[in-house]
Design a protein around this ligand. Structure first.
Ligand SMILES: NC(=O)c1ccc[n+]([C@@H]2O[C@H](COP(=O)([O-])OP(=O)(O)OC[C@H]3O[C@@H](n4cnc5c(N)ncnc54)[C@H](OP(=O)(O)O)[C@@H]3O)[C@@H](O)[C@H]2O)c1
Length: 240
């Protein structure tokens, strides 16, 4: 069932997007919106501003602020019944619970990595770890720019959770992490699965953060046509 507030004719009316967070990702997303004729940026929410007036003018919200900002965004989308695409990583348990509660009322796409490549990698490592079984030690090595606040990255955690669940473990299970912060690297992840006799490696490298903006906008086009619920990029990219 389509989300009831969505009455936009997608063939005629530009999709109005509000962006929360004026940082690296927020700016890239606004530039991307401005380059697409069927999208309109209604504005960017910055620290200290009132969010409600901005959200009232949009069809969908894209949040790339930081966890404390996301808490305010969640309240606002519930109050105004607006679909949300949230890419913020590093949310704590309380914030994640609030996010789940919000998804009971509005369509909410939450993913700690919005790239197509990582969505495919997640599927691949889940399948590989399930096939290889418990005899393999699995490590996720990630390298990011020096400004990144969360560690390990949200992407590393998400891959670890997928691997752990495929092996019947909870959380990130027995997966280990190696973290490096260097220069302006947008995001490198390498998953290695090692036994006493062989090693299998999967790697993904982002060359520009544009890939995350493109994924977020793809999710923003998709979300208004969904019912309330929590979705991931797996749903956006692979659901029929
Ligand atoms: N899902 C994905 O694919 C993906 C990809 C890249 C990044 N990320 C995540 O997205 C988030 C943003 O990344 P980024 O590189 O753009 O970070 P960033 O450059 O630090 O930008 C974050 C922005 O959010 C603003 N902000 C924080 N708290 C706020 C609040 N309470 N009210 C209003 N604005 C607030 C910051 O404002 P101030 O400058 O005033 O603090 C800043 O402008 C991070 O969690 C990052 O890990 C996710």
């Amino acid at each position: 069932m389509a989300f009831p507030i969505e009455e936009r004719d997608i063939n005629r009316t530009p999709l109005k997007i509000a962006v929360a967070g004026a940082g690296r990702m927020g700016q890239t997303i606004v530039t991307t919106i401005q380059s697409q004729p069927d999208l309109v940026s209604v504005g960017v929410w910055e620290r200290g501003q009132c969010i409600n007036e901005l959200i009232a003018r949009c069809d969908v919200v894209i949040d790339f602020s930081l966890p404390e900002g996301t808490e305010i965004v969640l309240d606002a989308v519930v109050e105004q019944k607006k679909p949300l695409v949230c890419g913020v990583s590093g949310l704590n348990e309380t914030q994640l619970k609030k996010l789940v509660k919000t998804s009971g009322q509005v369509p909410l796409v939450f993913d700690r990595n919005m790239s197509l490549g990582i969505a495919v990698l997640e599927r691949s490592v889940r399948e590989a770890s399930a096939s290889l079984g418990a005899g393999f030690e699995i490590e996720i090595a990630e390298v990011h720019h020096v400004h990144k606040k969360d560690s390990p990255s949200g992407t590393a955690l998400k891959l670890a959770e997928a691997i752990a669940s495929s092996r019947g473990e909870t959380g990130t299970g027995s997966v280990s992490f190696a973290v490096e912060r260097r220069g302006e690297i947008p995001g490198d992840h390498e998953v290695s699965m090692r036994s006493a006799t062989e090693k299998l490696t999967f790697s993904h490298s982002v060359t520009t953060r544009q890939v995350f903006a493109d994924g977020a906008i793809r999710a923003a086009r998709w979300a208004p046509n969904q019912g309330p619920g929590q979705y991931s990029m797996q749903d956006v990219l692979f659901s029929t």
